[in-house]
Design a protein around this ligand. Sequence first.
Ligand code: AGP
Length: 615
Amino acid sequence: MCGIVGYIGNREAYPIILNGLKRLEYRGYDSAGVALYDGSDIQLSKTQGKVADLEKKVSKEISTKGTLGIGHTRWATHGVPNDINSHPHYSNSGDLVIIHNGIIENYAAIKKELSNRGYTFKSDTDTEVLVNLIEEIKKQHKVKLGKAVQIALNQVVGAYAIAVFDRKKPDEIVVAKLGSPLAIGIGDNEFFVASDATPFIEFTNNAIYLEDEEMAIVRRNKEVKVRKIKDDSLVDPYIQELKLNLEQIEKGGYEHFMLKEIYEQPSVIKDTYRGRLLAEQGIVKLGGLEDYIQKFTHADRIIIVACGTSWHAGLVAEYMFEDLARIPVEVEYASEFRYRNPIITEKDVVIAISQSGETADTLAAIKLAKEKGAFVYGVCNVVGSTISRETHSGTYTHAGPEIGVASTKAFTTQITVLMMIALRLAKEKGTLSQRDYMLHLNELSRIPGHVEEALRSDDKIQEIAAIFKDASNFLYLGRGYNFPVALEGALKLKEISYIHAEGYPAAEMKHGPIALIDEQMPVVVIAVNSNHYEKVVSNIEEIKARKGKIIAVVTEGDTTVKELADYIMEVPKTPETLTPLVTTIPLQLLSYHIAVLLGKNVDQPRNLAKSVTVE
Ligand code: AGP
């Protein structure tokens, strides 16, 4: 996700835009840029790096005069972070300039058509394609900017929050929204447009939040006009009086970034499979994978290297790849793999999983695998990160910046990408019946709704957290696809509440851990619909017989475990292979609420860093 900001009014635009970008940096920070209208032409400056880098470049490069401007801080999705791919982007004529937060899925087809009409492109971005589509429509239909934007947006597929202006008509900014947020601040003869209210909250607390498929034209000293993109019909906008302070807005009104990111999961999982999971057509389309499919299908094995939560996602992938695509998988802690002189050949495929794309151990494991001739594929969240550049190819998770040190949306979006890879490989190898393949695609497309439903148990989970917040130890148990989720649940609790917790395969209890069970030991058991269900029920009975306290994650409507457990956390029914995407939700919330009740620093836990770039 990126940050966009714009201003039109009677004040100098640049200071407002620059300060606004600094406040929006939490939304993305790999490059930044600004375009100002100085009274006769557009002054544009942009750079890879942070807003502070932009500020330095602007001071050397352009005049900052003018009362109209737009600015952007980027979280790359298409095109690596560099000066050229930074926003704003000019149209070919230089008349139009645009900033964009989102993804235009059909940009390649549009780009081809525009190239055939003589358009050229400096960047690799979908955004530059959009501004030239608007320009072409403006020329062809001989219409004003607003109308051209409306026609263009009816031709694109994807998500966007855009702001665009025309140097030949510098008394308006046109904005539009679908899938990415866009707020309009209404001042006294001045307007602000931004991804959220942080850039303008000290100037006005009157704001319009555009709805999906709405656009608006903000004109100097005029009323704002809101229209429906579909049919250009006028909308009577609801003007909100904002009561949030700056920090509350950055966190989307949530108390912590971690909770915001837990609640973002339905929408970011959609972003992860947007344009890639075409369930109705029975297609999984992963750009980075298509050219290397044979490497995977002919591989002796897949070796997954990662750390922490990403390693847990790798363990889930082991079940998926072996179960669905019948490819042998080994999952390795990157820190162990890099030093144990592993046997690797050209017939191996290595998948490196990393949210930050900067984890030193994972990077070292990648280099070792490449030296030994393996093909290395990355699953990263940060476009242009070191790991994404070191791997031969890869797929980005598109989760947007994860600010909380404890990974949450990184985990579920990694699993979403890995499931799409497993399904694409299963399709290629014919190891799944067409029926099961289509079932998986359809069920995967329903996951955001299931996660929404799992989040609705938040209040109940908060009550459970209050009961167990003073425990000294926890056990987390799961089987099959949910054994890695048990490990992940234990890690979440450890790293933000500092309570010791261990994850185990449920069947392992009798090989030692059951000696730990007594009234003081809360045991979280993942007991959802699965092939192991009856076995897990037996494990629960073993724990109950020893007076352990049982908190069970169950499929909604479960009556058996409900009778046995002391507390239950319900999740919607999903195919076993997809259960990790929903069973992890109550575990995230349980650890979050315990940590908050204990007064811990949830977003920046002690001793931890968001990215471990050293050994
Ligand atoms: C998980 O909550 C932790 N933040 C940590 O274990 C993290 O998953 C690990 O350091 C790997 O980070 P990466 O995904 O950025 O490589």
